[in-house]
Design a protein around this ligand. Sequence first.
Ligand code: FDA
Length: 308
Amino acid sequence: MPSLMRKTLLYLSEQKKAGQLIMGMPPTRTMALRFVAGEGIKEAVETARQLNAIKASASIDHLGENVNTVDEAGHAAQDYLDALDAIGAADVNCNVSLKLTQMGLDLGEEVCAKNLRAILDKAKSLKDNFVRIDMEGSAYTQKTLDFHRKLWDEGYHNVGVVLQAYLYRTEQDVRDVNEKGIRVRLCKGAYAEPATVAFARKADTDANYLKLAQELLQNGTYPGLATHDEALIAATCQFVADKKIDRSRFEFQMLYGIRRDLQERLLSQGYNLRVYVPYGNQWYPYFMRRLAERPANLMFFLSSLVHK
Ligand code: FDA
């Protein structure tokens, strides 16, 4: 997508007023539902069950980020405790993904740590379930990794991080997490970042992704390779075959509603696949990031507004 358009959409994704306006348009809601499993935990667990039926696992994400009060953070954490209970009760192969700004990181480390410890304890009590901390914009990269490291050093090992291939720093971060045996999801990165911290050219991000994926496959702990990029996936499959890396040692990850054909193909070829399943009513920033990733989504969205 032309970089100006992408930047504009990503800028709008952070504007609450624009969000209220855009979310109020009925066609937006219809299109957002392509990427979101539904509003409640029931729909999310049902989606996980359907994914399990085709041999995929799931990670559910209760949408929300950048809360403003300690109470809001507490409610968001409670939603995750309830989600973990629902996953346990339904006995589905599903973990959870969350954002630290949703858990109160901006309100103080202790607020966030209290919420995270409760979630990690609950996950552990339910067949040692796993919690993934999503990665947000680069202003949060170091804070997120430091926060994760603090919990890790307290003995919480059922929690992993996400690293973004568009950041220059990620090569070093991959080395650090590999050394500790921390589980990583590798993605390209979904935020608007300046050229001082991130590759400006998509081709450079893609090349870095492949290099980092290979490092994680050889020296990492059950990495999650999160991409829908067919060329990168093909190169990864070739690398794994050449190096005789067992398919049980990693998984591919994709987003709900994107490239279902590719998801099914990888499953039929015997690869592990996890689908990231967002749910809830706070879908605006997530939806805008999905629009920013693909011009066709934006065109479809604009034409649905015109032809409503
Ligand atoms: P790329 O953008 O090059 O797309 C490759 C192909 O995939 C496209 O040609 C198209 O076919 C398809 N595609 C990609 N995006 C699409 C869309 N929106 N709609 C329709 N088709 C699309 N980011 C982040 O910063 N922090 C995070 O924690 C996460 N977490 C995360 C989890 C999982 C499971 C995935 C798959 C992705 C993320 N991301 C993320 C998002 C990630 O950084 C990235 O923005 C998107 O995955 C798009 O990049 P691709 O690797 O798919 O490649």
